[in-house]
Design a protein around this ligand. Structure first.
Ligand SMILES: [Zn+2]
Length: 52
C-alpha cells in the first residue's frame, strides 16, 4: 500500500495529522520510530504525534 508520505533520508517522514482540539489537518514531520510533540498552528495546542 502506498501512502502519500515522503522521507527526507534522515529517518523522518512527513505525515498528515488532525489536531484533536480544532480538527484542522496539519503536515508534520515525525521520526520514523517513536513520537513527537508538535504544536497546532491554529489553536496553538501541543499534542503528541506518533509515527504509527
Ligand atoms: Zn488545533
Amino acid at each position: 500500500m502506498r501512502i502519500c508520505s515522503k522521507s527526507d533520508g534522515i529517518g523522518r517522514q512527513t505525515k498528515e495529522v488532525a489536531c484533536p482540539i480544532c480538527t484542522v489537518h496539519l503536515q508534520v514531520q515525525v521520526p520514523s520510530s517513536g513520537s513527537e510533540t508538535i504544536e497546532c498552528g491554529v489553536c496553538q495546542h501541543p499534542f503528541l504525534v506518533s509515527s504509527h
